[in-house]
Design a protein around this ligand. Structure first.
Ligand code: FPP
Length: 446
């Protein structure tokens, strides 16, 4: 079997760019930005792992990051990892919480950040060159085994080189933007949504590199976040650890969705069928949701995000309903993207509620039965004021909709990935958007 795999090569190169983009956007401003800590790797349990797999990072104040370490035996290693990451951050430890004051954006600090940006960019170039080397080695091996001819090997080598050059050019451009922005005096500049697929990169590289217009063309993406349990099981951890890591993925993807210019991201957090799970797991999920709103609302609000909830959430615990409604109200006037959380959501239940609402209007004489149609039903659904659904993603290899947005998915493109939800991030979202862009959407026409 041939060893050379073009799509794997593209995926790995795109991953290097995506990870660089995340790292650079953390350096972008002088304010507290949780992405600043994305590159921090912690050595725990005999392995090196990203900080967000052992702790929750939040930005409770504009000039303060907070790191909540889940396991108290990891506080020391986390402290050490942050101090030695070259970020110029010195944690103040308070039990399992590390508080990180953000230094003033002085000229020296800017130089320090610019140096870090070029270090990250160099790391990304090395990663891309390593992928190129693997590709070239695989082509030689394929030729040796007689899988491809010499001419074919040469043709594919040229293709790999071209891809490498275009990705390195993209890294150079991102790095120049990063340096410009970390040396700019105006804080709070956001990162331009730059898609990772080579085709998209080429398109955007030809256009204005500083443009924020998304080239993927999607407005509304919804995700069935599946695989938390399997992620935990693979690591011999309890299921709650998988859900916790799932919340970190929610944070990463919410930021990426904003960076990539989406208008709306809908996340299936708790289905109307999830009540069948053991009560302890249901309580854990509700607790995570409560904590997520409490810990992340400030960041959402500061970034102009509008938080929405779809589903029959009003039957949840009264204090959680109050928290949700206060969060929705607080962010309602923002002008940024919508993050819609599907809670106690089932598409059939949503359609039943819509049908009842319309039937009641007919009974009250407010409308005629023959006025019920696609428009009126759409307007009675929980998603009435959200943009039409463009892309529905499901993680973990399952290929079904599980009662999620059945009406809205009528003409949505579907994207299934084997990746488990806690591993999902900007790179995979970018791949899904790249695939979306290449789809031919005809909406029943020709
Ligand atoms: C499916 O994985 C996932 C869920 C039922 C819950 C998704 C919830 C989160 C990601 C965390 C809370 C969300 C927010 C927005 C704070 P599974 O447990 O069914 O995985 P498995 O199929 O591998 O067992």
């Amino acid at each position: 079997m041939a060893q050379y795999d073009k799509s794997d090569l593209e995926r790995r190169m795109a991953g290097a760019v995506e990870s660089l983009k995340g790292d650079l956007s953390g350096l972008r401003t002088g304010r507290a930005n949780v992405m600043l800590l994305d590159p921090v790797m912690v050595t725990v349990y005999g392995a090196s792992m990203p900080l967000n797999q052992v702790a929750t990072v939040s930005a409770p104040e504009p000039r303060m990051l907070s790191v909540q370490v889940w396991d108290k035996t990891n506080v020391g290693p986390v402290d050490k990892a942050i101090r030695s990451a070259g970020l110029g951050l010195n944690p103040i430890t308070d039990g399992q919480t590390l508080r990180l004051p953000i230094p003033d954006l002085t000229e020296d600090r800017r130089k320090e950040l610019a140096k870090l940006a070029s270090k990250y960019a160099e790391g990304a170039r090395i990663a891309v060159r390593n992928v190129r080397r693997d590709g070239m080695d695989n082509l030689k091996a394929d030729e040796k085994k007689g899988e491809i001819s010499e001419d074919e090997r040469k043709r594919l080598e040229t293709e790999v080189q071209k891809l490498t050059d275009s990705i390195i050019a993209d890294i150079d451009a991102a790095s120049r933007r990063g340096e410009r922005k970390s040396s700019a005096s105006k804080p709070g500049l956001s990162f331009c949504g730059h898609c990772p697929h080579p085709d998209l990169m080429a398109t955007q590289a030809k256009s204005d590199l500083t443009s924020t217009a998304p080239v993927h063309g999607a407005r509304h993406v919804a995700i069935i976040m599946d695989g938390n349990g399997r992620w935990a099981k693979k690591r011999l951890l309890p299921r709650i650890a998988g859900h916790r890591a799932g919340v970190e993925a929610v944070r990463r993807v919410a930021r990426a969705a904003r960076d990539m210019g989406l208008e709306c991201l809908t996340l299936y957090a708790f289905s109307s069928e999830n009540w069948k799970r053991p009560p302890g797991e249901v309580a854990d999920l509700m607790g995570l949701l409560r904590h997520f709103i409490q810990a992340d609302l400030d960041e959402f609000h500061a970034n102009g995000v509008r938080l929405r909830v779809i589903g029959n959430y009003r039957v949840l615990d009264a204090s959680l309903v109050d928290l949700i409604e206060a969060a929705v109200a607080r962010t309602a006037a923002n002008s940024g993207p919508v993050i819609a959380i599907a809670l106690n959501y089932g598409a059939q239940d949503e359609m039943v509620r819509a049908a009842q609402q319309l039937a009641q209007r007919v009974a009250r004489g407010e409308m005629r039965a023959d006025e019920i149609g696609v428009e009126t039903i759409g307007a009675a659904l929980d998603t009435a004021d959200l943009p039409p659904l463009d892309l529905l993603i499901r993680t973990s290899g399952e290929q079904r909709l599980s009662n999620f947005m059945l009406w809205q998915a009528a003409y949505a493109e579907l994207y299934f990935t084997d990746m488990l939800w806690p591993d999902f991030g900007a790179a995979e979202l970018g791949r899904a958007l790249a695939a979306f862009r290449l789809r031919d959407r005809r909406f029943g026409g020709l």
